[in-house]
Design a protein around this ligand. Structure first.
Ligand code: ATR
Length: 270
């Protein structure tokens, strides 16, 4: 049986084993998919040991190891190279293929389940790390009117904007004029919303948090309290990125709708 892991720290509460078990059952595939916690700073040696002892077919990589994973791979897909981060590894002898399915997972969820069309839209991305890079790279070809990246450390937004050919702004300079606001910062981890003015939601039809937790994050509460008509967390993206990884490994695209329904039912409702 092919073995897969989700590697992170912490990782015990990851939904990925459950999601992949549902996909496998649906597609008639037999897989063994487990979570494994690596100590921060031990990625290379821990993965070496795991490969020697368990001979995994593939692995999903989550926080805080996505950059380490990109460095480890012998080959990267274009979307992994642009994101500078790997969330999907495939092992083949001494070769390690690195992919990043986060951006496409986000787009599939927002355009599919949420029914949002990016054509002609004004997009605001908060954050300038790996998560923001992946989302911007996936959204850029979709015909948006304008993509703006804003970051707490403005210089990072400016250099990312130059690299990606989009606009940059400081948090404090942000005003109204966005159709969709995407939170790609990790501010929620410290229990805070990014320090943005709530006018950014004045014309927004949709606010998206990329992370998933059981409760509404401070960003989601800010968006909702500012009158944004639709606020989404990262559950849909999590399931869609998993579906894309499943397809990379096994060549079959699972149906994500029943998995979303099952997990949303078990999770907090916003
Ligand atoms: P990831 O790969 O998840 O994107 P990262 O590369 O460490 O992680 O980037 C984290 C992002 O969250 C950065 O844009 C960071 O802003 P800075 O560049 O100013 O550090 C942002 N971030 C983290 N904590 C934040 C907070 N409390 N408020 C606003 N932005 C925050």
């Amino acid at each position: 049986m092919k073995k897969f892991y989700v590697i992170g720290h912490p990782v015990a509460h990851s939904l990925s084993p459950k999601i992949h078990a549902m996909f496998a059952e649906q597609c008639g595939e037999e897989i063994d998919y487990q979570s494994i916690d690596f100590e921060p700073g031990s990625f290379i040696e821990s993965l070496g040991r795991l490969r020697r002892e368990q001979n995994p077919y593939g692995a999903n990589i989550t926080l805080p190891f996505k950059k380490d994973a990109a460095d480890y791979c012998t080959e990267l897909t274009e979307r992994a190279r642009v994101a500078g981060a790997v969330n999907t590894m495939t092992f083949s002898g001494h070769q390690v293929f690195g992919d990043n399915t986060d951006g496409v997972g986000f787009v599939h969820d927002v355009c599919g389940r949420c029914g949002f069309d990016f054509v002609g839209k004004r997009v605001l991305v908060l954050g300038a790390g790996g998560a923001a890079r992946g989302v911007i790279a996936a959204v850029r070809p979709l015909g948006c009117a304008r993509i703006t990246v804003a970051n707490r450390t403005e210089s990072r937004a400016v250099s990312l904007a130059e690299e990606m050919g989009i606009y940059a702004a400081a948090f404090t300079d942000l005003r109204r004029g966005f159709d969709i606001v995407i939170n790609a910062t990790s501010a929620g981890l410290s229990g805070a919303a990014p320090a943005v003015p709530n006018t950014i939601f004045a014309e927004a039809q949709l606010a998206c948090e990329l992370t998933y937790s059981q409760f509404a994050t401070p960003f989601m509460r800010l968006a909702r309290d500012s009158g944004c008509p639709r606020v989404e967390d990262g559950l849909g993206m999590l399931i869609e990125q998993a579906a894309e990884s499943f397809k990379v490994w096994l060549g079959v695209a699972p149906d994500t709708a029943p998995v979303y329904k099952a997990l949303r039912g078990a999770a907090a409702d916003f």
